[in-house]
Design a protein around this ligand. Structure first.
Ligand code: DGP
Length: 113
């Protein structure tokens, strides 16, 4: 989508610190990290929120978690990490292209704020 920030990061027209890419997913460091490791794992196909997911997205979303595991191991945060999706403004979503936050390198509180 032409006016989507994450679509522009995926197509390279906006620079990012890429940590992973395949046919379906793109992962890069968050510009405003909330933990020592903060990576965004993003499906390349543009969908605004989790609510727009369809049956045909099942495989891609499964791959998100496999890639998150791989990155967690590579970054040395596999002793404890979070994968978080904010869905909708009320939940804190600010970029309306589905993305999964991979956070680690510190302790986390529960429940989240
Ligand atoms: P959310 O609030 O859940 O929609 O998360 C959006 C995240 O995107 C937020 O943690 C900051 C990050 N972000 C916003 N703009 C940019 C950018 O231009 N580059 C990078 N790398 N991250 C961005």
């Amino acid at each position: 989508m032409s006016d989507c920030l994450f679509c522009k990061i995926i197509d390279g027209s906006i620079p990012s610190k890429k940590v992973y890419e395949d046919d379906d997913l793109f992962a890069f460091e968050d510009v405003n990290p909330q933990a020592p490791t903060h990576i965004l794992v993003v499906p390349k196909s543009h969908k605004p929120t989790l609510l727009e997911l369809e049956e045909s997205d099942k495989e891609t979303i499964g791959k998100v978690y496999l890639v998150a595991n791989k990155l967690a191991r590579e970054k040395g945060i596999d002793d404890g990490f979070r994968v978080v999706v904010n869905c909708g403004e009320k939940a804190g979503q600010s970029v309306f292209h589905i993305h999964f936050h991979l956070l680690g390198g510190r302790s986390f509180m529960w429940p989240p704020g």
